[in-house]
Write a protein that binds this ligand. Structure first.
Ligand SMILES: [Zn+2]
Length: 76
């Protein structure tokens, strides 16, 4: 199974539909088994929805900070 960090990194490509079939399976498999990343998935979906509805706006600094923080925490 891939690590949380790999899953999160793959998550963004996954949500952008730029991930290949193999990568998609790896991410889905991880998310199905990892509680931490399930929460991350919800977060990422929410973030994407927000970005889609606010293309003209900058991403709020606190959102970016949380994103980077989450990735760093998962990577340790
Ligand atoms: Zn995980």
């Amino acid at each position: 199974m891939i690590t949380c960090a790999e899953a999160v990194n793959g998550l963004w490509a996954y949500l952008d539909a730029t991930v290949d079939a193999e990568g998609r399976v790896l991410v889905e498999e991880h998310l199905a088994r990892c509680r931490t990343c399930c929460g991350e998935m919800e977060f990422a979906k929410e973030l994407r929805r927000m970005l889609a509805g606010a293309r003209e706006q900058r991403v709020p600094p606190d959102v970016l900070r949380r994103l980077h923080q989450t990735i760093e925490e998962l990577g340790t």
